[in-house]
Design a protein around this ligand. Structure first.
Ligand SMILES: Cc1ncc(COP(=O)(O)O)c(C=O)c1O
Length: 438
């Protein structure tokens, strides 16, 4: 009988230890975790300091109802406000994961519109290529075909704008008018639905695994934000993967000068030591909901004292060791080495990204950007071959858009790990190239 997971997977492994940037299986085989799990771990695995605060708070303050304050929560809220959050996002709602935090963001947006006597403003726009989580609503509104299969009849329908994808812009690769093309699409979608019916746009400032670090054309986001503002539509930034330094900024909205009305962070907030996420909003949104007398419900395990303590410790380590400052130069080095070694590789359509979120798009025809057939499951083959080579690469792509691998290692890596990543990616790509005789 299969022990785990629910359905068997090629790359199923038993990991018995993790330390620094490495995983170990039960035979002692060492694997470089080039993805920090699901692009979660920023500070490296096995930090005693974090384990210690988890132990203390589990002993001292095991479980407390989320609305009550605890020293652990107070410390985390102070840490977030003083050192991380943009100054206009003053309100904090904690939950246990990215999907929950995104659900909370949508609820806040809808409640906010209702509290202003605009209950008809209830459409949440999302993007054609996107991933916001695995709950029913998030599965429905995300632009990720593969993760909806078999549930399409039940899931809510996504109302999408096109995800700017410079490599695959319908006008042509890196077309000079790409920005205007995608902004026109945003305007058209708003007009089609009617701004009076739209509550918010939920977006990832940079695609996570759905697209593998796709950046829009320069200037797109700031202009898109203006269009949304002019139409009284909230901007909700899902920084579950990009938050807390991943792209070289505290949050990747900073990169574009964006000021989202609501922002979500997860993964790196606990670095894998805690199951914790945050939904951050402006004062105006919270005030309006409060004045209307609406309830903002909590999840039972939101803001567990030990999760808050772990998250504070993680964020303090990031600051003390100045790890976020290392992300941009490490990312540059990684991209440079990947590009010089693999930029011309026949299977590589593009190597993209910033900081330590790098996507590599794999195609069977580099010139025409033709993907392998979906049945070939190239991404799965790449991940499984990578594990044999001692490296874990994160699978990306949406089924419709494929095959993508993502690199998102902890910020503690050095030259040795960069070389291992470049060597590992080269080996797996050559394996596929030889297998398909390309
Ligand atoms: C951008 C983004 N949003 C939301 C989620 C969902 O987070 P979780 O799996 O913690 O529910 C993910 C997870 O990969 C993500 O990358």
């Amino acid at each position: 009988m299969i022990k785990w997971p629910y359905l068997p997977q090629d790359s199923g492994l038993e990991i018995v230890k993790s330390e620094g940037a490495y995983l170990y299986n039960k035979d002692g085989f060492k694997i470089l975790d080039a993805a920090g799990g699901a692009i979660v771990n920023n500070i490296g695995y096995g930090r005693e300091e974090v384990a210690e605060v988890i132990k203390i708070s589990a002993m001292n303050n095991t479980y407390v109802l989320p609305p009550f304050l605890t020293p652990e929560r107070e410390q985390l809220v102070d840490e977030l406000r003083q050192h991380w959050l943009p100054s206009h996002l003053t309100r904090i709602h904690l939950s246990s994961g990215g999907s929950e935090a995104n659900e909370s963001a949508i609820k806040l947006a809808i409640q906010y519109q209702a509290s202003r006597n605009k209950p008809e403003k209830k459409i949440i726009l999302t993007r054609s290529l996107s991933y916001h989580g695995t709950t029913l609503n998030m599965s429905g509104i995300s632009g990720h075909a593969a993760r909806k299969r078999g549930m399409e009849s039940y899931l809510p329908t996504a109302n999408t704008i096109e995800t700017p994808y410079p490599l695959r812009c319908p006008l042509g690769k890196y077309h000079p008018d790409a920005k205007d093309y995608y902004l026109d699409n945003l305007k058209k979608v708003i007009n089609n639905h009617g701004a009076e019916n739209i509550a918010a746009l939920l977006m990832e400032p940079v695609n996570g695994s759905s697209g593998g670090a796709i950046y829009p054309p320069d200037g797109y986001w700031i202009e898109a934000q203006k269009i949304l503002k002019d139409h009284d539509i909230l901007l909700i930034a899902d920084e579950v993967m990009t938050g807390f330094g991943r792209t070289g900024f505290k949050f990747s909205c900073e990169d574009y000068g964006l000021e989202p009305d609501i922002m979500i962070a997860g993964k790196g907030m606990g670095s894998g030591y805690a199951s914790i996420s945050g939904t951050y909003s402006t004062e105006a949104i919270a005030e309006s909901i409060m004045n209307a007398g609406y309830l903002v419900m909590f999840h039972t395990f939101a803001a567990l004292p030990m999760s808050c303590a772990a998250s504070s410790a993680v964020l303090k380590i990031l600051r003390r060791e100045r790890l976020c400052e290392k992300v941009a130069p490490l990312g540059e080095k990684l991209k440079e080495r990947l590009t010089s070694r693999l930029g011309q590789h026949p299977l590589v359509a593009e190597i993209r990204g910033k900081g330590l979120l790098v996507g590599i798009e794999i195609v069977k025809d580099k010139e025409q950007l033709v993907s392998f057939d979906e049945e070939e499951k190239i991404t799965e083959q790449v991940v499984s071959q990578g594990l044999k080579e001692g490296i874990f690469l994160y699978p990306g792509g949406t089924g419709e858009y494929r095959d993508i691998i993502c690199l998102g290692p902890p910020y503690i890596i050095g030259d040795e790990e960069i070389d291992l990543m470049v060597d590992g990616v080269e080996k797996v790509l050559n394996h596929i190239k030889d297998k398909y005789k390309i």
